[in-house]
Ligand binder design. Structure first.
Ligand code: PMP
Length: 430
């Protein structure tokens, strides 16, 4: 595959952008090689600067659930742009978005729009601290909640991909307020709550983890967190930046039948524009300014172009709930096909899948937490990633990321992917 223009662009980018990218994992640092620079996308396909076509399993890291440049979403964005791209004043559209979200997620009483998942999680933590009057938070090893200081302790995603143990610039004071447990280890959380419950403002968790590959919660894990939070007056925050509006209308809360106190959103909620949100129970959200004194604000929050993209994307999902079933069926089809394709080699592997989230770890053991994810053979992953990319299949360039399916994918695309996986395995040296 000729990627000469991407090579040239990557060199040029590095003289003006740190590492040539505006978000670290895009640089392919851990898998090596030159990132492909994208020039356009439509439906399930990305096109790079050299006009190569790829089947996209990143979907902009989640948002593009309907496929790229979906007609209704593009039309709505274009129509709004003519009426200005930002007012910094309230609009009816923001009420429409909030009401739509509330109708899709019944336990959200109040919701505040922000511009990224990081902002959403950072703000939710502040609200939890303000509400409880406590300082510490508990997060899970390998979960990623954005790049706010308090989340960078034992974080997944790019922090794990680049194997960064301690992030310079995050003060010891902030780190000391972040306690961690292994994902799925309810006993550890119980012990920690017994000693630190009186200091814990929040437990924040990815209900289905997607930042160490895709990792499923064990039965009873979230139920256990819910009851510990009730017992110790801790705010349970479901970080649904990945899972929100992707797994079901009501996200993981609906699928797992757990009511979190606060929930954070990003990705799908903005239909591909920079949007995040945090919301939840009225008595907690009433802490947020101007109702309460937990200050939080944003120049571009509720931006009309972003809101119209989100509103149209969410409306399509709301009015066509069969999309979730279709997406899941496609993902299971892919999983079954990959299972067969990868079995043609001796290399052990594990495929984890939930709804339209899926990932492959080259491991002989089940992958249920960060330690098991990190002990997979990531040298094999690198080779697999490049072998797939060369065959026009665009996977996340890290085993510490989930793949996301979009609904524009056809059976032919999935078959091509499965075939590419079988061919790729022939090249891989363990
Ligand atoms: N939470 C989760 C679960 C995420 O996956 C991410 C980003 N991948 C974030 C928060 C941060 O979102 P953003 O990149 O929009 O700041």
């Amino acid at each position: 595959m000729n990627i000469n223009k991407s090579i040239e662009l990557f060199q040029r980018a590095q003289s003006s952008i740190p590492g040539g990218v505006n978000s670290p994992v895009r640089a392919f640092k851990s898998v090596g090689g030159n990132p492909v620079f994208i020039s356009k996308a439509k439906g399930a396909y990305l096109y790079d600067a050299d006009s190569n076509q790829y089947i996209d399993y990143i979907a902009s890291w989640g948002p593009m659930i309907l496929g790229h440049a979906q007609g209704d979403v593009v039309k709505a964005i274009t129509e709004q742009a003519v009426h200005s791209t930002s007012y910094g004043a309230p609009t009816e559209l923001e009420i429409d978005v909030a009401e739509l979200i509330k109708s899709m997620v019944p336990n959200v009483d109040l919701i505040r729009m922000v511009s990224s998942g990081t902002e959403a999680c950072m703000s939710a933590i502040r609200v939890a601290r303000g509400y409880t009057g406590k300082n510490k938070i508990l997060k899970f090893e390998g979960c990623y909640h954005g790049h706010a200081d308090s989340f960078l302790v034992k974080a997944g995603s790019g922090v794990a991909t680049l194997n960064i143990q301690t992030v310079p610039g995050v003060t010891a004071g902030v780190s000391n307020d972040t306690l961690t447990c292994a994902y799925n280890d309810l006993d550890a959380v119980q012990q920690l709550a017994a000693t630190h419950g009186h200091e814990l403002a929040a437990i924040i968790v990815e209900p289905i983890a997607g930042n160490m590959g895709c990792i499923l919660p064990k039965p009873g894990f979230h139920e256990g967190l819910r009851s510990l939070c009730d017992e110790h007056n801790i705010v349970l925050i479901f970080d649904e930046v990945m899972t929100g509006f992707r797994l079901a209308k009501g996200g993981a809360q609906q699928v797992l039948d757990i009511d979190a106190d606060l929930v954070t959103y990003g990705k799908v909620i903005g239909g591909g524009l920079p949007v995040g949100a945090f919301g939840g129970k009225r008595h907690i959200m009433e802490m947020v300014a101007p109702l309460g004194n937990v200050y939080q604000a944003g120049t571009l929050s509720g931006n009309p172009v972003a809101m119209i993209a989100g509103f149209n994307t969410l409306s399509i999902l709301n009015e066509n709930p069969s999309i979730y079933k279709e997406l899941e069926e496609k993902t299971i089809y892919l999983k079954d096909g990959l299972q067969q394709a990868l079995s043609s080699s001796e290399i052990p592997f594990v495929i984890n899948q939930f709804g339209s989230m899926i990932s492959v770890h080259f491991s002989a053991h089940e992958v249920t937490d960060f330690v098991s994810a990190a002990s997979a053979n990531n040298e094999v992953f690198k080779q697999f990633f490049h072998a797939m990319l060369n065959r026009g299949i665009y996977l996340p360039p890290s085993p510490f990321e989930s793949w996301f399916l979009n609904n524009a994918l056809t059976t032919a695309d999935l078959d091509k992917t499965i075939h590419a996986a079988a061919e790729s395995m022939k090249e891989i040296k363990a």
